[in-house]
Design a protein around this ligand. Structure first.
Ligand code: ATP
Length: 497
């Protein structure tokens, strides 16, 4: 039996990974809090991402922008006018649900991007009813997803501002400053990790759709004359990926597997840049233990593309509730920079030394990752109900495991707890490790397996004599006798796998 999202939510709560926000007051739909172990995993995801996409590259820099910006930012970006979902309201029980996802669930057709009239027509044609009380729907309406707030002591409309619905715009508004400070030369990327807020009509599927979430985004800027000249494409051209183009979806064909090189040569993916970033995103997930076969790339149909996008591919994951977006990757062209140039009347262009012209760079691929959805998929792919061991083993990559090692005294006497604590305190200076002396060793192994601790270190009577301990590996359960002095190197090596 496969695990459901509800099973994962209760596992996460039971073990201290994720809690419903303000649960003691009945909870708040679409808001979650990360518990002690979840906060560790989430931080590790963000740190690994930052290392992989910024520190390990010469061409990317990162910023950390604020959540509230001048409201014109969101006017220029199009969010004030266009960032809407269609809402269906039940005439009987007043339940509010998102129109396109309801149509997708009920009729099994792609409905993202459908207009109000189309949704109303499908609701009527198929006699769709409220999932809660089977009542009829009222006429559908557009609903803007931006959270509003007031800045300063005034309540008038001039003080209205928005909580950012994406991190991307801060990259565009800081584009010239960051670029000049760091002397960036095209092509280059500016990245950001941080909170985003969307007043989702029907948050659901645990962390998949929340009203407050985090994003990890890169805006990758390219010379308008080099839209297909990705110098790194060689690195990924043989990378295999399952793909589902708009054409295949229109023709109701099955998805297929191909190399990114072939997809670009055949014109399925239009630019080498888009192919490169899709492959890099897939590689990053797999490098951190996600299962390659649970991913595919899917091209947006013309009807579902955002207001700014020329072409969009999503990296999707096979969730228990179907293939869904894990990251979105739109070709935003020069839309955003041009809009901010227009609205701010500031020069955000770059000077091309060769042609002596001013140019507005394009964003051909904007990898936009969700932290919470990433957390969820790493958890799904790590979770193993090991019948032989009789317990759950959370096979998180050591880099993501909340606790890297746990130190146990074999028995609670004859100086073993003292020695174990000494080792624990020493290791704690470099790694997040724990000390556990309660219950049998088997019980302690099981407890560590369930929260994904890669290594268990047991101090026994020989340890006092010869300065060695046993190290047990979470995945193989193999135990090895090693020197106490080597423990730091062993944990370090594990984190580098
Ligand atoms: P969806 O179609 O699922 O509403 P989207 O296309 O609006 O998503 P993007 O605007 O492309 O999402 O946002 C980029 C990424 O941010 C998504 O791929 C996802 O990982 C994350 N994200 C977006 N909305 C939410 C949300 N409500 N809860 C959690 N993560 C989200």
């Amino acid at each position: 039996m496969t695990m459901t999202t509800d099973d994962m939510a209760s596992f996460c709560k039971r073990k201290g990974f994720v809690y419903q926000n303000s649960e003691i007051y009945g909870g708040m739909s679409g808001f979650f809090d990360y518990g002690p172990l979840g906060a560790e995993v989430k931080n590790s995801i963000k740190q690994s991402w930052w290392r992989f996409f910024i520190h390990q590259r010469e061409d990317c820099i990162g910023i950390d922008g604020s959540i509230i910006s001048h409201p014109t930012v969101w006017k220029a970006s199009g969010h004030v006018d266009c960032f809407e979902d269609i809402m269906l309201v039940c005439s009987k029980c007043k339940e509010k649900i998102r129109g396109d996802t309801h149509i997708e669930d009920e009729l099994k057709i792609a409905a993202d991007g459908m207009k109000v009239a189309e949704i109303n027509q499908l609701v009527r044609e198929h006699n769709l009813k409220c999932p809660k009380c089977k009542g009829d729907f009222e006429e559908a309406n557009d609903f803007n997803l931006m959270f509003k707030t007031q800045v300063g002591p005034s309540q008038d409309s001039k003080a209205t501002a928005y909580l950012r619905p994406e991190t991307a715009q801060l990259i565009f508004t800081n584009f010239r400053l960051a670029t000049d400070n760091m002397r960036m030369k095209l092509p280059f990327g500016i990245a950001q990790v941080g909170k985003a807020f969307r007043n989702e009509i029907s948050p659901r599927n645990f962390l998949f759709r929340c009203r407050e979430f985090e994003q990890m985004e890169i805006e990758y800027f390219i010379h308008p004359k080099g839209l297909n000249d990705c110098p790194f494409f060689e690195e990924v051209k043989d990378h295999e990926i399952v793909y589902y183009s708009a054409k295949m979806q229109d023709e109701k064909r099955e998805m297929e597997k191909a190399t990114v090189g072939k997809l670009v040569t055949d014109g399925v993916i239009k630019t080498t840049w888009h192919g490169y970033w899709l492959a890099m995103a897939h590689k990053w997930y797999v490098s951190l233990g996600a299962k390659s076969e649970n991913f595919r790339i899917r091209q947006h149909l013309d009807t579902e593309k955002s207001h700014y996008a020329l072409d969009t591919w999503d990296l999707e994951y096979n969730f228990p509730f179907g293939w869904k977006e894990l990251i979105g990757m739109a070709n935003r062209t020069d839309f955003d920079l041009s809009q901010h140039i227009k609205f701010s009347k500031k020069d955000l262009s770059l000077f091309d030394e060769e042609t002596k012209e001013k140019i507005v760079p394009h964003v051909v691929a904007e990898p936009s990752f969700g932290v919470d959805r990433s957390f969820l998929i790493f958890m799904f792919d790590a979770y193993v109900d090991d019948k032989e061991r009789g317990n759950i083993v959370l096979k998180l990559h050591p880099k993501l495991a909340p606790i890297k090692a746990s130190v146990f005294p074999l028995v609670n006497k004859e100086g073993l707890p003292e020695l174990a604590k000494k080792i624990y305190k020493e290791l704690r200076m470099d790694f997040n490790v724990t000390y556990d002396q309660s219950g049998s060793i088997g019980r302690r192994y099981a407890r560590s397996d369930e929260i994904g601790t890669p290594l268990c270190i047991t101090v026994d009577f020989d340890s006092k004599e010869d300065g060695t301990v046993t190290v047990r590996d979470r995945d193989t359960t193999i135990q090895e006798r090693v020197k106490i002095d080597d423990l730091k190197n062993i944990i370090d090596a594990k984190l580098r796998t």
